[in-house]
Design a protein around this ligand. Sequence first.
Ligand SMILES: NC(=O)c1ccc[n+]([C@@H]2O[C@H](COP(=O)([O-])OP(=O)(O)OC[C@H]3O[C@@H](n4cnc5c(N)ncnc54)[C@H](OP(=O)(O)O)[C@@H]3O)[C@@H](O)[C@H]2O)c1
Length: 340
Amino acid sequence: MNLPTQMTAMTIQQYGKTPVQKQTVAMPMWGDDDVLVQVHSASINPLDFKIKNGDLKLILPFHFPLILGNDFAGVVAAVGKNVKNFAVGDEVFARTDTLRTGAFGQFIAIKAAHLAQKPSNLDFNESASLPLVALTAMQAFEKMGLKSGSKVLIHAGTGGLGGIAIQIAKILGLHVATTVSTANTAWVKTLGADEVIDYKKENFNEKLKDFDGVLDTLGGDTLLKSFEILKQGGKIISVAGMPTAQFADEWGLAWWKKMIFSLISAKIHKTARKYGASYEFLFMQPSGKRLESIKIWAEQGKLTPVIDQIFTFDNTQKALEYSESGRAKGKIIVKIQSVE
Ligand SMILES: NC(=O)c1ccc[n+]([C@@H]2O[C@H](COP(=O)([O-])OP(=O)(O)OC[C@H]3O[C@@H](n4cnc5c(N)ncnc54)[C@H](OP(=O)(O)O)[C@@H]3O)[C@@H](O)[C@H]2O)c1
């Protein structure tokens, strides 16, 4: 295709509650190791509204205007001169480079190392629903160091992350418990959950014991209570709790941020010590290599996308608000406006 010089994207000019704006912006710049992708579908993650609201300012230094969107599927439109494994026309999917968001735009540039061919049996909407949550689940289970047969609790099994994490845990041979509200107890069993706790009626910390790991997607009191179900040496990986000093070191953050994270995670570490367990905060990383496993699992029928609703490009703000309601069952998709 002849590449346009401008494109349409959903942007923010500053952090806050003001809605995203549909704007005409310059095409993304792509370098020698990058691929330019024409985006067909994007998926929403709570990360999008957290970035928009400025909740992640301490971790992610963005510049404005900022195009939001962290997950996409589309077609390769151009490749940098060092890129050997992708060609124009390839159908691909990815979680964006961490500081190069922009899935809510007609084109996006991404490092080739973060991209993969999309699953051949899935459409663009289904493919866009997978990268961020599937990579998060894989990285969380790796950090837990679990073996086949290990017991893991996944909080919020009906969430965008939970529904995929349950399936990946089963692929890895884990015994899975999950927490959901009353209406969804039967449904999460179809995803593979072995034990289902109705969080509206039961206390998971009174029903579960001797677990090896917990994937905490809720933080707060739920995270603290989760230590009670672990065996000695068990591990909680949280994607919604407090970052730690260790996380600040891994990310090379300033000393004062490390101090803040050390203070705000002190109570969690104290609780972990009390139960002979450990705690780590995870912020997932893009990875084309891991996406190749996700593609294979999808093609083998072992990993099935879970989609709640599909929004038009013009309704991206509504899609973000629906995500922020915290009530989605599976993933929310935005169909990106096609290029004229
Ligand atoms: N750090 C990272 O790298 C990373 C990566 C991925 C996700 N995350 C974070 O992980 C969290 C979850 O993400 P997500 O995409 O799954 O969010 P989501 O799709 O918005 O989660 C919504 C789901 O959570 C369920 N839920 C709400 N309260 C619950 C409770 N107390 N117990 C059990 N289930 C509950 C809701 O079920 P009901 O409506 O039935 O209550 C709903 O289905 C977010 O905070 C996100 O930012 C972080």
